[in-house]
Ligand binder design. Structure first.
Ligand SMILES: [Cu+2]
Length: 300
């Protein structure tokens, strides 16, 4: 095999790797993870179009620069032209970029509004960012709530990704329009799930809305995301884990979850408060620790 053909094979393998979509984050991945929702599919194809446009513009500008450097340097062009204006050229380099921007703006805004909110949501869930874990509420299914903490590296089971696994997963049904309300209780966090095309700020005192729809073929799969707003020392340790299940499994799970987890509007249990350790900022901590000790049953 000649060197060139080897190079060709290596390049082909590289581009094959780029094209092969993986279902979960992996070492040395390039490009996006496999899109799962209609929103992420559209984001990916819009990104691909933009990439072509960007590369074309860069190549054009680079070619013009090289042409000027080679053709009009002092040696090859000792007496430069004194031209200062060229109406046609000036119009062209103003109008063509404007047309390119308009061509980009239309699909961009269409996608922005498509991703904004669900038209007819079948189910609403609420994600609350906290220092440093997520709480989830299911107002449509018995108004229960639970927390999702990171699983420490020492406790990971085989197959569970490091820094991405939580003790409780956000369980959602496939083939359902799901409205996701996002807020925070302390500082700004961000609810992000790359394969779903979700990235919504979780702002204290404000409820942001987004939505998702996962096709039935993804039932049984688990997806991983992370808080995507620098929120403090535990920022890297508040992952988001979503488990997609069938509608039937979801109904069974919510029934069991209603038993297992606390209601959002339930009165605070005095026992849980008594368990809180006495620390200097006990008032703040007792809420968190009480919620943690009350809401961390083992997931299935
Ligand atoms: Cu955060």
């Amino acid at each position: 095999m000649t060197f060139l053909s080897r190079l060709g094979v290596a390049a082909a393998a590289f581009f094959l790797m780029l094209g092969s979509a993986l279902a979960a984050p992996d070492s040395y991945m390039m490009d996006f993870q496999q899109p799962v929702t209609p929103v992420m599919e559209r984001i990916k194809s819009f990104h691909d179009i933009l990439l072509v446009i960007c590369v074309a513009i860069c190549v054009l500008v680079l070619a013009l620069l090289l042409w000027v450097i080679v053709r009009y340097n002092e040696k090859r062009n000792p007496t430069p032209s004194k031209t200062t204006h060229n109406v046609v050229l000036e119009l062209a380099w103003t109008v063509i970029p404007v047309l390119v921007l308009i061509a980009i703006a239309f699909p961009s805004f269409r996608l922005l509004y498509f991703a904004d909110r669900a038209e007819d949501a079948d189910l609403t869930i609420k994600a609350i960012g906290r220092q440093w874990y997520w709480s989830y509420e299911y107002p449509d299914n018995g108004n229960f709530t639970f927390d999702a903490f990171i699983v420490q590296e020492a406790d990971l089971q085989p197959g569970q990704p490091r820094l991405l696994t939580t003790d409780n997963a956000l369980v959602l049904p496939v083939d359902t329009n799901i409205r996701i309300l996002v807020t925070a209780s302390d500082v700004i966090h961000n609810f992000a799930m790359p394969q779903f095309g979700l990235k919504t700020d979780a702002v204290p005192g404000r409820v942001n809305e987004t939505w998702t729809y996962v096709p039935a073929e993804f039932a049984g799969q688990t997806f991983y995301g992370q808080c995507s707003e620098l929120c403090g020392t535990g920022h890297a340790f508040m992952p988001i884990m979503i488990k997609m299940v069938t509608k039937e499994e979801f109904a069974t799970w919510t029934e069991q979850a209603r038993e297992q987890f606390a209601r959002v509007d339930a009165p605070a249990a005095p026992a849980a408060v008594a368990n809180a350790p006495a620390e200097k900022d006990a008032a703040e901590n007792s809420m968190t620790v009480a919620a943690a000790s009350a809401g961390v049953p083992q997931s299935e």
